[in-house]
Design a protein around this ligand. Structure first.
Ligand SMILES: [Zn+2]
Length: 425
């Protein structure tokens, strides 16, 4: 029997990936469809095993066509796609995963768990190798899994046809020239779909009331998949309230009350795949404050809280632009201080040139003291990324820090702007 799919597990550090790679012509390599690669990550705090689940052919590639090779080097994971007969990278993308966050929890020091995850790539015309990488604590890329995909493989499943209406919330721009956001409702019953429509409009109003999104509002398409839930509101394990909802979102993710995420990756991806998308955003129908955002994976925000507008935009800062939290508190050591973190809005000063050094006034001291006179000064303020010492943020306040000022700092604005251009130019 002809074997169409090969999987190799290896741990080879790839140095080639650090180089800036040239862009390629979309039509030479890809069709209009999208290939979804579903896989499992099994492991604990120290180990991880990758395991392929299945390949799914989805109707429409939603990502960029001009910049197929992602040279930003953001995220703790990445993939590279190459024709089987060459080493030329024809598509690459960086991202983060809920699994990666779970690995930092105390639970992961005691037990192993499995998470279902997916990546999407433009559907190849000819056989390709897809290489999965993860970064070490030192941010070195390690090859974790390699699969060969033959586009004619009859085991590639067609995407499920789901019976839900599509609501075009905002924008009618060409998919390859727009940031395409798909909104998914969780905890809205059939009778509450009218409320979901209102909440989609609230999302649009919120997004475009913050710079730089206001400036680039003509580069976005926002669509929603109208899937109702059996129950209203969402699951709150800490209050022993379990609800049967379309996307199974839950507070108390990793036992953190306000962290609201879902483990049901497959349902989320099947729903999102009904429309072309770059970013998935779940709107959760509850008054409780909370949400979460994982870079190039998905975001969740609740919609019925007085802070919902700020939460929606803050989480999208993580999910869309790879921004780090700029707040700090005692007792955590998430970041290695000898390594420059990948996020654009924090620095350990190990490689500050790669961050916002060009935005600093020459007279601004490094580090910059937290003093009233510096309130509007782009500087280097100690305390960010949950750590009080050794990590620095660009402004005393920013929407990635608190909701006091209701705006992003200039460094976060620039990072968002760059990401909008990556998808649209
Ligand atoms: Zn900021």
């Amino acid at each position: 029997m002809k074997k169409l799919l090969f999987i190799f597990l290896s741990t080879i550090i790839s140095f080639s990936t650090f180089k800036v790679k040239a862009q390629v012509e979309y039509d030479n390599y890809f069709t209009d469809n999208q290939l979804r690669i579903d896989y499992y990550l099994f492991g604990n705090a120290d180990t991880v095993m990758y395991s392929l689940d299945k390949l799914v052919k989805e109707p429409k590639w939603g990502g960029p066509r001009a910049q197929l090779v992602d040279n930003m080097n953001y995220g703790m994971y990445s993939i590279e796609v190459m024709p089987t007969d060459s080493y030329e990278v024809i598509y690459s993308h960086g991202y983060c995963l809920l699994f990666g966050e779970w690995q930092t929890t105390d639970e992961a020091k005691k037990i192993s768990k499995g998470f279902h995850e997916s990546v999407v790539i433009p559907f190849p015309k000819e056989p390709v190798d897809v290489v999965f990488y993860a970064k070490t604590d030192d941010l070195e890329l390690v090859e974790k899994m390699k699969i060969t995909v033959n586009p004619n493989d009859y085991f590639i499943k067609p995407a499920p046809q789901l019976p839900y209406a599509i609501y075009n919330v905002y924008g009618d721009y060409p998919v390859d020239k727009a940031v395409d956001i798909v909104l998914l409702p969780d905890g809205y019953t059939e009778q509450e779909m009218g409320k979901f429509v209102q909440d989609c409009q609230f999302f649009v109003k919120s997004l475009f009331s913050y710079d730089p999104y206001t400036h680039y509002k003509d580069r976005f398409n926002i669509r929603a998949v109208m899937v109702p839930s059996q129950d209203s509101d969402i699951t709150m394990p800490g209050d022993s309230l379990y609800r049967n909802t379309a996307l199974s979102c839950s507070f108390w993710t990793f036992n953190s009350e306000r962290y609201c995420m879902t483990y049901d990756n497959e349902t989320m991806k099947n729903l999102a795949g009904q429309v072309p998308y770059d970013q998935i955003y779940i709107l959760a129908n509850t008054k409780k404050y909370g949400g979460g955002g994982i870079f190039n994976s998905y975001c969740v925000s609740t919609t019925g809280n007085s802070y919902s507008s700020d939460v929606i935009i803050h989480e999208f800062g993580h999910g869309f632009a790879g921004l780090a939290d700029e707040y700090a508190y005692d007792g955590t050591d998430n970041y290695k201080l000898e390594v420059e973190p990948w996020e654009p809005n924090i620095t350990t000063l190990v490689n500050f040139e790669s961050k916002w050094k060009d935005m600093l006034n020459k007279k601004t001291p490094v580090p910059t003291p937290v003093e009233r006179k510096n309130i509007y000064t782009v500087g280097v303020y100690e305390g960010a990324g949950y750590q009080l010492h050794g990590i620095y943020r660009p402004m005393m306040d920013c929407l990635m820090n608190t909701f006091n000022g209701n705006k992003f700092c200039p460094v976060c604005e620039r990072a968002i702007e760059r990401m909008i251009k990556y998808y649209t130019e």
